[in-house]
Design a protein around this ligand. Structure first.
Ligand code: PLP
Length: 410
């Protein structure tokens, strides 16, 4: 049976049916708003005005996030990029070093490597959109790099067993970029528990949302002590942190520069009440994701990448390939869907910041041969599925996308 369009599109003078903002970010919870207002009223917006860890939202957030994640230490920072930069320093990355990282990720990740004055060595993606373990081994041998900064871009997870085998074999210093990997598991273990350090983002499009913010996570006491100092804790201010080792703090005090990357007290006060909501929004995301995937499965122009069976995802976004469309049709699809109120991007087109060929500051890296990555991103659309959406909105999205696909092929 050939599919037919359900309606006239906006571009043809039809009525717009998407009456919601698909890309709206999560509002701060009421308790977070109250916390933040109180801090502002009392003039207590700097974390180190609070002399004990119990009275500081930032210290308590660090404690609560570490407990939620099952890690020993968390340090609040002003962004995930800062957390990764601190991790680069702790890993001992020096100017001119090579650092292994994903060909498919957001420009913030190679930018961190550049910030450390090192050079990224890009590793190919697999068909499931995670890092390809075979290519990782090849790049380790070729480059001699000892540090791996691996990104779970849009929550896509590689074969962690295969990656860990290489990390162990070559004794790589493994840093996990978990900006998109809240509540994401490999074989029941949360991502961020595999590397020596993991880094989360609380920028507003992410699982925890506070405008800007980042979290440095580790089980290593010395790394945690160093991260506190790199963040900009000076003199004895570290005494207001949860779970610090005074001996280590005294040892590293003034040996490590403070880069002024501290988390704001207001940020932490907004984030604390969101931790327990991660499971709740995960459930909403997954219901929406599964329903949309089911609706898309009937459309021969759409292919949704499949995760490895050991993966449990957060499902806050969906990526899908446009199958059987020309470049012009794909570009028109994006334009017409945007007019319908469904803004999307294609990763591999339009100077997208997730296309490695656009990372000009990395020099030659833009010319890396990455056939699978290019195949993945060339016709891949990126859809935000924030938890304000419900089943009715998901059905509207599926119907509009189906109509637009038919329109561009007429
Ligand atoms: C995959 C990935 N990693 C890291 C970051 C950096 O996060 P932040 O903006 O908190 O520095 C981003 C930002 O969106 C990202 O998409």
């Amino acid at each position: 049976m050939t599919a037919t369009r359900s309606r006239k599109l906006v571009i043809e003078g039809g009525e717009k049916i998407v009456d919601f903002n698909i890309k709206a970010f999560k509002p701060a919870p009421e308790e977070g708003i109250q916390n933040a207002v109180e801090l502002m009223r009392d003039g207590m917006m700097y974390r180190y005005q609070h002399k004990t860890f119990e009275s500081s939202h930032t210290s308590m957030f660090e404690k609560e996030f570490a407990e939620y994640h099952g890690s020993k230490y968390a340090v609040g920072l002003n962004s995930c990029g800062s957390a990764m930069f601190v991790a680069m320093n702790i890993a001992g990355v020096k100017p001119g070093d090579k650092v292994l990282s994903n060909a498919f990720t957001f420009t913030a990740v190679p930018s961190v490597i550049h910030h450390a004055r090192a050079t990224p060595v890009l590793v190919e993606s697999n068909h499931e959109w995670g890092m390809d373990a075979e290519d990782l081994e090849k790049k380790v041998i070729e480059s001699g790099a000892k540090v791996l900064l691996m990104s779970y871009m849009r929550g896509h997870v590689p074969d962690i067993d295969a990656i860990m085998a290489i990390v162990t074999k070559y004794d790589l210093f493994f840093i996990e970029d978990c900006a998109h990997a809240y509540n994401t598991f490999w074989d029941g273990i949360p991502l961020g528990r595999f590397g020596k350090i993991s880094c989360f983002s609380t920028q507003s499009s992410k699982g925890l949302s506070s405008g800007e913010g980042g979290i440095f996570v580790t089980d290593n006491e010395e790394f945690a002590a160093k991260a506190i100092l790199y963040a900009g804790s000076y003199e004895k201010l570290w005494q207001a942190h949860y779970n610090v080792n005074p001996e280590l703090m005294n040892k590293w005090q003034n040996q490590i520069p403070g880069y002024s990357l501290r988390m704001q007290e207001i940020t932490a006060s907004i984030l604390r009440p969101q931790i327990s909501r991660l499971n709740v929004i995960n459930k909403i995301h997954t219901e929406n994701f599964d329903h949309l995937k089911e609706l898309f499965s009937k459309n021969e122009n759409i292919e949704v990448p499949q995760p490895f069976p050991k993966v449990t995802n957060f499902n806050d976004t969906m990526q899908f390939h446009l199958v059987g469309l020309t470049r012009e049709q794909a570009d028109q699809f994006i334009e017409v869907a945007g007019l319908e109120g469904i803004p999307m991007q294609i990763f591999g087109a339009g100077r997208n910041a997730r296309d490695f060929r656009e990372w000009k500051y990395t020099g030659d890296v833009v010319n890396s041969e990455m056939h699978q990555t290019v195949a993945n991103i060339e016709f891949a659309c990126d859809l935000s599925l924030q938890p304000h959406l419900g089943i009715a909105e998901i059905e509207t999205i599926a119907s509009v996308i189906s109509d637009v696909l038919l329109y561009v092929q007429e």
